[in-house]
Each structure stands twice: as C-alpha cells, then as structure tokens.
Write a protein that binds this ligand. Structure first.
Ligand code: PGA
Length: 256
C-alpha cells in the first residue's frame, strides 16, 4: 500500500466536493485508475459520501486511495446529517480532509472543531489532511504567515509524536480556491517553507522533514509542474480540475 506520508512521490488528491452522483463518480474513478496506473504519483479521490462505496469499488486493487471530505468528531450519536470517521474507515477511506476552508467558512468549523476531527480521524486509523490557508484580507494585512502558523499549531500541538507522523498538511490560500487565481510557485513555496519551519518548532526537525505539505487552489495541468518544483511542495489538492478525467489526468501526468 503506497504511503502518501513519505514524500517519495507527489501526492495528487482530487476533491470532488458536492459534485457527482454515485454512478458518475464511479465512471470518473475508473478512468482515473486506468489513466494513472504506472505513473509515479500517489493519487487519492474524495467523492461525496453517497459515492464512497461505488468509488471504493472502482479503486479496489489499484494504488488509488479513497479519501473522505470531512468527518464528524464523534464516533456515533444523534448528529443528523453527519458522518463519523469510523464510518469513513469502514467504507475504505485511508485519508480524510480536515478543516477545508469551505468547512471553516460555510459550516463553522473552528480550530477547536478541527482539532477534535483530527483526533477522530487518527483514532479511526486513517491519515488526516489538515487544511490551512489565509483569506485575501488576511494576506493583504500581512498576516498570511501568522494565520497558517496558528492553524497548524492548533491542529498539531496537542497530538502525540506518533500521531503527528501520520498527518499531511494542505496549504490552500482561500483566495485561490475555485477562483482561477493560483498562488505563484514562489508564493506557494514560501508558505510551505513557513509551514515546515512551524512544524519543526512544534514537532521537531525530523518529523517536519518527513511532513507532506500539499498545495491547493486552482491547480491545473499547465501549472502543476511549476508548483511541484518547490522543494517544500509535496503534492497538490485539486478541486475543479479533478471533476473531469482529462484535466485530472493531465495534472497526474505532468506531476509524475
Ligand atoms: P480548486 O479547489 O482546485 O477548485 O481551486 C481546491 C480545493 O478546494 O481543494
């Protein structure tokens, strides 16, 4: 089983958000499995909950991983509409996004909630992808570095050493998500360096050196190679361009 926490190969995660029926998702996953076989990338797909089982079936036996988009922090209970980490694990997920900016913005996920979700995902035996990123207002106020450092700290600080080794981080500047406005490769690399340095303070140099830090925000086939050229950029989290096999496979090929 490929381990996306090793930094050996670029990690390419497709976040399908609230798109694709189970049948549509299964067809797309099948095309991704076929198109990425043999490529030197670690691919993961994050369908909406109703499509987890059909996508899980489509990726079974391949290197493509099943990824949850979010998880509730309680293992079960009276939380109408919510899905727990252990349910995702039972569906075959091995990675789960935590703290995506859309969760923070539209669903009120605070750093404290994100922290509890990290615990739940780790307790269910999966690897969380902790998403951090500043808004445009925060960037223009010169606060980008401190915002992402604080989000990282809120997520990682209280985890034990073993659990920290299992976390991936995604830097997703909010102003670049779904806007067509990508961070320049220089900005992405600079922010990833900030995050790796902050991780070293929290978790020590060795853990920080092993930490996979993905970039997200309007990644496409024609900018992925430049973004991944950054020494601290270990993969990408792709939204819009992951919804069609052609554009997603372009990204995977150009990343490989
Ligand atoms: P985008 O989304 O690629 O459509 O900008 C990225 C994300 O939200 O993960």
């Amino acid at each position: 089983m490929p381990d996306p926490t090793t930094r050996d190969r670029p990690v390419i995660l497709g976040n399908w958000k609230m798109h694709k029926t189970p049948a549509e998702a299964e067809a797309l996953a099948g095309a991704v499995v076929a198109g990425t076989a043999g490529l030197a990338v670690d691919v993961g797909l994050a369908p909406a909950y109703p499509a987890l089982l059909s996508v899980g079936a489509a990726v079974r036996g391949s290197r493509v991983r099943l990824v949850g988009q979010d998880a509730h922090f309680e293992p079960q209970g009276a939380f109408t509409g919510a899905v727990s980490a252990r349910m995702l694990a039972a569906c075959g997920c091995s990675l789960v996004l935590v703290g995506h900016s859309e969760r923070r913005l539209h669903f009120g996920d605070t750093d404290a909630v994100v922290r509890r979700k990290l615990d739940a995902v780790l307790a269910a035996g999966m690897a969380p992808v902790l998403c951090v990123g500043e808004t445009l207002v925060q960037r223009e106020a010169g606060a980008a570095d401190s915002v992402v450092r604080e989000q990282l700290e809120a997520g990682l600080a209280a985890l034990d050493a073993e659990d920290r080794e299992r976390v991936l981080v995604a830097y997703e500047p909010v102003w670049a998500i779904g806007t067509g406005r990508t961070a320049t490769a220089e900005t992405a690399e600079a922010m990833h360096r900030v995050l790796r340095r902050a991780a070293a303070v929290i978790a020590g140099e060795a853990t920080a050196a092993r930490l996979s830090i993905l970039y997200g925000g309007s990644v496409k086939g024609d900018n992925v190679a430049e973004i991944l050229a950054g020494a601290n950029v270990d993969g990408v989290l792709v939204g819009g361009a992951s919804l069609e096999s052609g554009s997603f496979l372009d990204i995977c090929r150009n990343a490989a």
